[in-house]
Design a protein around this ligand. Structure first.
Ligand SMILES: NC(=O)c1ccc[n+]([C@@H]2O[C@H](COP(=O)([O-])OP(=O)(O)OC[C@H]3O[C@@H](n4cnc5c(N)ncnc54)[C@H](O)[C@@H]3O)[C@@H](O)[C@H]2O)c1
Length: 374
């Protein structure tokens, strides 16, 4: 065998990162990029040395393409992924998997019927840091996980994104844009979610673009720009999560898991590296003793991987006949959790999450993205 052919649909802001990383993995080769904007597709093909460019249809018609990487905006994810499945291609899609449960479930059914696979971002779960977190918690360093806290609070992506309207529209907001990172990590660590409660708010009805050619233009805020969620997991753990685009204080990437025998801080789930450390219970405090706790660091590989490793895992998993890590089923369960949180915030009721998901697998030992294995 040789490198698996990839076609990328949607070559906006995040495509540079993907195209750079995919070019560094010998097991895959990007053969064509497509976009609604042909100029943009051409520019990205030239910049990254990709042999062909065109429309989404051109990508789907390319015979060498076995897997489509869908980097369109969330509102187009399902339509593009379903067209790729209909064209006989496996799909890696950016998050969220879709905007509603029915269409996302239909996509998974169509893929399964066609014997094709769906993978869904985030693939930070496959980074060496997160894999080390999983191994540490699975080995019992904090005992049985009891509760988790996650924090993402920023001024919002309208500060830097040249076309940020989609990030404040249905299908995004901090919940659906950033929630997939935090909830994919929590589900991988604590198992599937049973139910959620939430409250949400909006700082403003309109916001202003700050970067790029449309700077100064206003756009509507369609969804809560701050949301706080309380989550109950099937296996008994619980979590509280803040997701906000309204905070003057920039603080994000905080994930802490507290267990019966320790507390662990883990890297930003939107990143592939970072510090992992835990503390053990103090034991008995006697008069005059310090409450200072000793941090125990968890060492892990620091290889430079990034977005695209999920698509790489898919092509290797297909070749090996094993499940891939960031699966469509995980993407569906996370979407279901986030939509349930949205409904909980809108109604004030606790919402039961109907879907579940099998335990998220670890990457095989010795997984080296930069090796040629096919
Ligand atoms: N920007 C980031 O930092 C970032 C990070 C991680 C993930 N993501 C995700 O990546 C995806 C893309 O984000 P972005 O910031 O690159 O957006 P973007 O708006 O910069 O780019 C999206 C591109 O998709 C194209 N497109 C839209 N609909 C299409 C269709 N039907 N057919 C073909 N092309 C189509 C647009 O023309 C545009 O070039 C989103 O799902 C986002 O959630 C973005």
């Amino acid at each position: 065998m040789s490198a698996v052919g990839i076609g990328v649909i949607g070559v906006g802001v995040i495509s540079d990162t993907y195209l750079e990383n995919l070019a560094s993995f010998p097991d895959v080769e990007v053969l064509i990029v497509g976009d609604l904007l042909l100029d943009r597709a051409q520019a990205q093909a030239e910049k990254h040395g990709i042999p062909a460019f065109g429309s989404a249809e051109d990508v789907l018609a390319h015979e060498g393409v076995d897997l489509v990487v869908n980097l369109t905006v969330p509102a187009a994810h399902i339509e593009v992924s379903r067209a790729a499945i209909a064209a006989g291609k496996h799909v890696w899609t950016e998050k969220p998997l879709g905007l509603d449960r029915e269409a996302a479930a239909e996509l998974l059914r169509e893929a399964s019927a066609a014997g094709l696979r769906i993978g869904s971002a985030p693939d930070t779960l496959l980074g060496p840091a997160f894999q080390a977190v999983r191994r540490a918690i699975d080995s019992g360093v904090i005992g049985r996980p009891l509760f988790a806290q996650t924090v993402f609070q920023t001024q919002g992506p309208d500060l830097w994104h040249p076309s940020p309207a989609f990030l404040f529209a249905e299908g995004a907001g901090p919940l659906l844009d950033m929630g997939p990172y935090y909830f994919s990590a929590l589900v991988s660590l604590l198992g599937p979610v049973d139910r959620v409660s939430a409250v949400g708010t909006k700082a403003r009805e309109e916001r202003v673009i700050h970067a790029g050619p449309d700077a100064g233009t206003t756009f509507p805020v369609e969804v809560p720009s701050t949301i706080q969620i309380v989550t109950a997991f099937e296996q008994g753990a619980q979590a509280q999560s803040l997701l906000s685009f309204d905070s003057a204080l920039e603080r994000h990437g905080i994930v802490e898991i507290h267990g019966t025998d320790g507390s662990i801080v883990i890297p930003d789930p939107n990143r592939f590296s970072g510090r992992i450390a835990y503390v053990k219970p103090l034991g008995v405090i006697r008069d005059g003793m310090s409450f200072e706790q000793e941090w125990i660091e968890v060492a892990h590989d620091d290889i430079e991987v990034g977005r695209g490793i999920g698509a790489l895992d898919m092509v290797r998993a297909i070749a090996d006949g094993r499940p891939h890590v960031a699966s469509g089923d995980l993407g569906f369960h996370v979407l279901d959790i986030l939509l349930s949180a949205q409904e909980a915030a809108a109604t004030g009721r606790t919402v039961t999450v109907e879907s579940t998901v099998a335990p998220v697998p670890l990457l095989p030992d010795g997984f080296d993205p930069f090796a040629a294995t096919l």
